[in-house]
Design a protein around this ligand. Sequence first.
Ligand code: UTP
Length: 312
Amino acid sequence: MPSSTNSRPARKAVIPVAGMGTRFLPATKAVPKELLPVVDRPALQYIVEESARAGLGEVLMVTGRGKAAIEDFFDRTPELEAALEKKGDQARIDAVAESTDVAQVHFVRQGEAKGLGHAVLQAASFVGDEPFAVLLGDDLIDARDLLLEQMLAVQAEHGGCVIALLDVGADNIDKYGCVAIDDAPQTDAGEGDQVVRITGMVEKPPRDEAPSSLAIIGRYVLAPEIFDAIRATPPGRGGEIQLTDALLKLVEDGVPVHGVVFSGRRYDTGDKLDYLKAVIRLAVERDDLGPALRPWLRDFVGDLAPEGASQA
Ligand code: UTP
């Protein structure tokens, strides 16, 4: 396979949302986890907004069974807008329109949840022969942190693929896809984030076999060569077609694969504890909720018994 030197900038984004969301059962029996509200908007809306902010206004969502509500959410709602118009409620009309106007959203179905690699493969004809971004539907990056913009700049400079990384520490790395990096001096991606060259990858390694404590998180900028690599990738861990395995194939074929080590704020909204943290953190900083929430939180935390003591 030739080394990717694709010089066109990425214009499109793919958001896979076909996973089953088992960590959030029973809520996700009827509501896709990507639509669980973070304060007052679905986690997925933050992600579409992030994509649009980075200049990727063409978005493809890879959905599956039980995810029809996602299509409804990004569709126009003329009846609702007419009812709000009658009441003269412009603020809510704007809030409703925000979810549909932010990007051009398209949908494709995965059919069977056979893994993230398989989900990304469903985007092949939408993407064509150009680099593109993948944003995972349950990974929320704070809007003030410009991770995706940095990754797009690294891809434009080096070609190939770029993966977002987070140092999760050696004790936690067995829950993530993990990378090996070369020992060349790291370069600055801006905002304290570093650019590294990736030399290897392994999905959820045992702690004592992990090549680093750098975990793959849910942002990728991929070269179109990834599609052939996925087609050539057999089911791996958990019987799923893993994107990590296809990326490793590209590394082995000599395609440049870089990582941006993120040092900003990120929440895995598919995880219950991280979801709660995201809601609190974002609500505390909002002008409409923060002034009432902050003093309440201070009192609440002040009343909490220290860890290990029994609560009255
Ligand atoms: P996760 O590993 O978080 O899986 O997938 P999940 O099934 O959604 O959640 P849990 O672990 O059971 O709670 C990472 C991302 O890949 C998508 C998911 O929607 C999520 O955004 N995905 C995963 C697919 O689109 N298709 C798949 O076959 C698997």
